[in-house]
Design a protein around this ligand. Structure first.
Ligand SMILES: [Zn+2]
Length: 112
């Protein structure tokens, strides 16, 4: 029996309005994709595609988790998750701090 291993990863960076309006993000993205291709090739893998999304943080109240510093959104304030934000971790306020699903205590509604 033979298998195909498919590995998916995500990467993000924060852009200012000026960077978003310029070609700077496209230059950085092109460089990153090229390095992904080279790295995949180095390990005998094929790089198939890269998808990019641009999410307006303020629309969803996306902030950094107070504990791990990863991007998260308060699911109490955003009960309807849209598909374009799937790379953003679920989160909620706990004891006054926003925590992502991995940092919320076990048993919390939005913990993973
Ligand atoms: Zn966290």
């Amino acid at each position: 029996m033979e298998y195909i291993a498919i590995t998916t990863s995500t990467a993000s960076w924060e852009l200012s309005e000026e960077e978003f309006s310029s070609d700077e993000y496209q230059r950085r993205l092109d460089e990153y994709i090229q390095k992904q291709r080279e790295l995949a090739s180095e390990y005998g893998m094929n790089h198939h595609w890269t998808d990019s999304q641009f999410i307006r943080k303020s629309k969803y109240g996306i902030v950094k988790c107070s504990k791990c510093n990863d991007w998260t959104m308060d699911r109490v304030a955003n009960p309807c998750r849209e598909d374009n934000v799937e790379a953003i971790k679920d989160g909620a306020f706990f004891e006054g701090s926003i925590l992502c699903c991995e940092c919320l205590p076990e048993g919390h509604r939005w913990s993973s």
